[in-house]
Design a protein around this ligand. Structure first.
Ligand code: LLP
Length: 380
């Protein structure tokens, strides 16, 4: 995390709630990915954080984009990505997504057999396989299990590859993405092993896309070794699609204390909540909470950090050992660069927060705070 004085300065300049990003952390994460995966192609899953400044930065470093909506494809196009720098994922792509992907020469990740007939003529495509495993993550984040709506079965995969070829498309190979925030690296090993078993039925392939899903503490070199081994089985080039791993640590959400109340539990009420960071409420995610003030703590006293929304579930973190929080104090919520700002919502007609980037020299405002007028503009 950046020094408290720098974070204080950003909050004073741009107000709170505020998403801040440290460019050096983003570059460090990309460096770790490149060190582990060597010459694999990296497609950043921009759903994690689609801010244009971050996208431009990654694009300039040769990173491609994994897009899952027309809006995301439009962002990729807007920052200059084309052709081999764009893949389009999703279980139910719209006509607009096929059209934009065809125009830009993107690669489509085919998610079901019926999709072959919907692809634009001569499309480059990978077939997403669901390896049907139990995945060590929150239920909402598991995509490689039988209960998940994603991908074709192992049995269907060779047939879908053949259907692509028969329809005159370019069947590049296979894709597997088993989920997000995966705790146990063995899940990747197991998934790749199931894919490798398809080799006699598929023949050699040009590409194996091993997806993303790496948790923040993941053993990247270990996962990379397994992915590379699987790609080698097919004689394929390796592609990966990290989202969280690239951006999570670079981001910190700054929020100010509005006040406190003691009602049997201690509540520290702050100006950010579920509308700014929904992950604690939606996945039970635990984001590190740091008090950016220096005051003696009450003996063993802990606080529930609660947002301003009129919803009981609007709690950012429970049982935090904050030292006598006071109105105006600043709290930093860490590991918030991924799926923080991108999942923030205008519920309650709350303006989505501003975003600021520390580039090593200065703060830059990379997204202005929305106004209430922004939120109702489409209704006028
Ligand atoms: N590739 C595909 C096809 C995906 O669906 C995803 C994420 C990724 C790559 C990137 O996964 P990552 O490396 O970021 O784990 N909102 C949730 C995360 C949902 C992830 C959805 N798909 C959260 O806040 O944890």
């Amino acid at each position: 995390m950046l020094p408290a004085s720098l974070l204080q300065a950003a909050a004073d300049t741009y107000g709170t709630p505020l998403y801040t990003y440290d460019l050096a952390e983003l570059d460090a994460a990309l460096g770790r990915v490149r060190a582990a995966f060597g010459d694999a192609r990296v497609y950043y899953a921009m759903k994690a954080n689609p801010n244009l400044t971050l996208l431009r930065h990654l694009h300039a470093r040769g990173v491609g984009f994994d897009c899952v909506s027309l809006g995301e494809v439009s962002r990729a196009e807007h920052v200059g990505a084309r052709g081999e720098h764009i893949v389009i994922n999703g279980p139910a792509k719209s006509a607009g997504e096929y059209e934009a992907g065809a125009r830009l020469g993107a690669t489509f990740i085919v998610d079901r057999e019926e999709e072959v007939a919907l692809l634009p003529a001569g499309a480059r495509a990978l077939v997403r396989v669901n390896p049907a495993l139990d995945i060590s993550t929150h239920d909402h984040l598991a995509t490689g299990s039988t209960a998940s709506k994603f991908g074709v079965t192992l049995e269907q995969a060779p047939r879908v590859l053949q259907a692509l070829r028969d329809a005159g498309h370019v069947a590049l190979g296979l894709h597997v993405h088993i989920g997000s925030a995966i705790r146990d690296a063995q899940d990747f090993t197991a998934a790749y092993a199931r894919l490798e078993a398809l080799r006699p039925h598929t023949g050699p392939l040009a590409v194996l896309d091993a997806g993303g899903g790496w948790g923040l503490g993941a053993d990247l070199p270990g996962i990379a070794r397994e992915a590379r081994k699987a790609a080698d089985v097919f004689g394929a080039e390796l592609w990966v699609e990290p989202g969280r791993y690239l951006v999570a640590l670079s981001g910190t959400l700054l929020t100010r204390v509005i006040g406190t109340k003691r009602t049997g539990r201690n509540f520290c009420l702050v100006d950010a909540g579920m509308t700014e960071l929904i992950r604690p409420m939606m996945y039970g995610a635990e984001h590190p909470v740091t008090a950016l003030w220096d005051r003696p703590a009450g003996e063993g006293e802990t606080w529930d950090v609660a947002g301003p929304a009129c919803e009981s579930g609007d709690i950012l973190a429970r049982n935090q050992p904050l030292a006598d929080p006071q109105r105006g104090d600043l709290i930093a919520v860490g590991e918030a660069g991924a799926y923080g700002a991108s999942m923030s919502s205008p519920y309650l007609t709350r303006s989505r927060p501003a975003e600021a980037l520390w580039d090593g020299q200065a703060w830059q405002l990379i997204r202005r705070r929305e106004t209430p007028q922004d939120l109702w503009a489409a209704e006028e």
